[in-house]
Design a protein around this ligand. Structure first.
Ligand SMILES: *Cc1c(COP(=O)(O)O)cnc(C)c1O
Length: 236
């Protein structure tokens, strides 16, 4: 299958999963996880109807921006681990930073957005499976972090993001997705002032995006199912 057909297939699967859950397909955004892809592949994906690109390394984001590879996309998001010393290269350059997971990072993003005179949209990343190897705040830390986001005038809290373990079998992550949905509802209820913009629940990847849609995801981040298998990760 070529890239355009794979994009269409993923969109069709999202629409079917939405319909099965009594949801409208338009409620779910497909974000293409473009890590390790070339400028030309990203351009081809956008030409074939991908509207949102998610980048997970600062270096790749910077290079693709400089090359104009995302031109024509509606939005570019940052979805990877973000070091505080690199916020300058990300804030104001992406529509949404999905991976804010500590007070320190939140404050650095707020300060940089202040400097640039803008408001940066963010998600808070939750380590829903409590994995040592992963970023994200614990569910217990989430409320405090959300409060801090509300007190930070240059960030706008748009919702939550999670990266559970890679699904080993269909349905394996449904429980985590359901927990995320409940956290999303709880936080949104507590954040009365902000409710209007708490509209994004980012969860689900190639192996489990349909399960995530069934449990209420409003954005799925899909790489392999769109672009094919990636070469093994190079150490950073
Ligand atoms: C790579 C990546 C994805 C997509 O992973 P696939 O399994 O290839 O679909 C989603 N989210 C993040 C944060 C990623 O880094």
């Amino acid at each position: 299958m070529d890239l355009a057909s794979r994009i269409q297939t993923v969109k069709d699967n999202i629409a079917a999963a939405a319909a099965a859950a009594g949801r409208r397909p338009e409620e779910i955004t497909l974000c293409g996880a473009t890590k390790v892809q070339s400028d030309d592949t990203i351009r081809a994906a956008i030409a074939a109807g991908l509207t949102v690109c998610g980048e997970n390394r600062v270096q790749e984001l910077t290079a693709h921006l400089a090359a104009g590879a995302y031109d024509g996309a509606r939005e570019v998001h940052f979805i990877g681990h973000l070091q505080t010393n690199k916020v300058r290269q990300v804030v104001g350059r992406v529509a949404l930073i999905q991976s804010v997971d500590s007070p320190h990072l939140l404050q650095a993003v707020d300060r940089q957005a202040d400097k640039l005179g803008l408001i940066q949209d963010i998600l808070l990343e939750v380590n829903i499976a409590g994995e040592d190897s992963k970023g994200g705040c614990s569910p217990r830390e989430l409320y405090g972090l959300a409060q801090l986001a509300l007190q930070s005038p240059h960030v706008r809290l748009r919702g939550l993001m999670a990266i559970p373990p890679i699904s080993s079998a269909p349905g394996a992550n449904r429980g985590y997705f359901a927990e995320m949905r409940q956290l999303f509802i709880d936080i949104r209820e507590k954040m009365l002032d902000n409710q209007g913009v708490m509209d994004c629940l980012s969860m689900g990847m190639s192996a489990d995006y349909e399960d995530a849609v069934a449990e209420g995801a409003t954005l799925v981040r899909v790489g392999t199912a769109l672009f094919g298998p990636r070469p093994p990760a190079v150490p950073r």
